[in-house]
Design a protein around this ligand. Structure first.
Ligand code: GUN
Length: 278
């Protein structure tokens, strides 16, 4: 088994971006919007801001209180859509219950939608015309590429069908000619389906969900999960200790997919700038 080092791969991506921004003397701004007091979101946002700083991207944080109204948030997004110093807009999810996430995401200008969550960008992903790649799935693709594993023609199984990870993940694998299966809570014979996977991507959000009996000998295992176990320790979906000896490559949590999501966000922000300069 070889560990896939997400920190190293992401560092290389960020360094390439930093260099390009420096050489071309680009002035790039990313607005980062966070509403409420979700602790995990706070950590993610801080990490995104740190990555901006490293790459030479100006980050503008808008930390709004839990009781912010939908109208106030829409107004902020309208202002950011019209602000030429802001090339990318990221609204950290989840939003408080009283705010309609779909409405907010739909309001972000597609040209500034660096998460690729807006329906216009999701539609482009479906037809293989990528303005922005969805950050987490794109990061997973980079990690798989880093192993040198052939994707074309392979059995790939994605566990989870979220709009943020599962669905776009399946699409990126499909575009590289994989045979793709998406599993979810209603899937029958989950163990058998997962056991066919040459590349298994888990995005479930439950510690210990992927057990060794679900993994094919020699598979590449990518763990998108970000959970806390009973001891409060950060862990993924995969029963790492028991799966690691069965697979060819595996991502750790932390230090696997997480850093890649942020590196791809930097890539999208640079891409937004370039698209807006055309
Ligand atoms: N919440 C969980 N993952 C993400 C992400 O990739 N982007 C945003 N904006 N919110 C998230």
């Amino acid at each position: 088994m070889t560990l896939i080092d997400g920190k190293a791969v992401s560092a290389a991506v960020k360094e390439r971006i930093r260099k390009e921004i420096e050489e071309k003397k680009l002035k790039i701004g990313l607005a980062v919007v966070i509403v409420g007091n979700d602790q995990a979101s706070r950590v993610y946002v801080n990490n995104k801001k740190k990555a901006c700083e490293f790459c030479g991207i100006s980050s503008y944080e808008y930390a709004l209180p839990e009781e912010t109204t939908e109208f106030q948030l829409l107004k902020l997004i309208d202002d950011l859509n019209n602000d030429s110093s802001v090339n990318g807009i990221l609204v950290q999810l989840p939003l408080p219950k009283h705010i309609d996430e779909k409405k907010i995401i739909g309001y972000i200008s597609p040209e500034k939608d660096v998460d690729a969550f807006n329906a216009v960008n999701v539609g482009k992903i479906m037809i293989g015309d990528y303005a922005f790649l969805p950050c987490t799935p794109a990061g997973v693709m980079e990690l798989i590429h880093s192993t040198g594993t052939e994707i074309s023609g392979k059995e790939c199984v994605v566990i989870g069908r979220s709009n943020i990870v599962g669905k776009p993940m399946a699409m990126l694998l499909l575009h590289e000619n994989a045979t793709v299966t998406i599993c979810h809570s209603k899937t029958e014979n989950l163990r058998e389906v997962c056991g066919r996977a040459d590349i298994l991507v888990s995005a479930v959000g439950r510690a210990g969900f992927v057990t060794a009996d679900m993994v094919k000998e020699g598979a590449v295992v990518i763990d998108v999960g970000m959970n806390r176990n009973e001891e409060g320790k950060l862990c993924g979906d995969v029963d790492f200790d028991n799966v690691k000896d069965k697979c060819s490559y595996i991502t750790p949590v932390p230090g696997g997919v997480g850093p890649m999501t942020i590196a791809m966000l930097m890539e999208n922000t640079l891409r937004a700038k370039k698209l807006q300069c055309l």
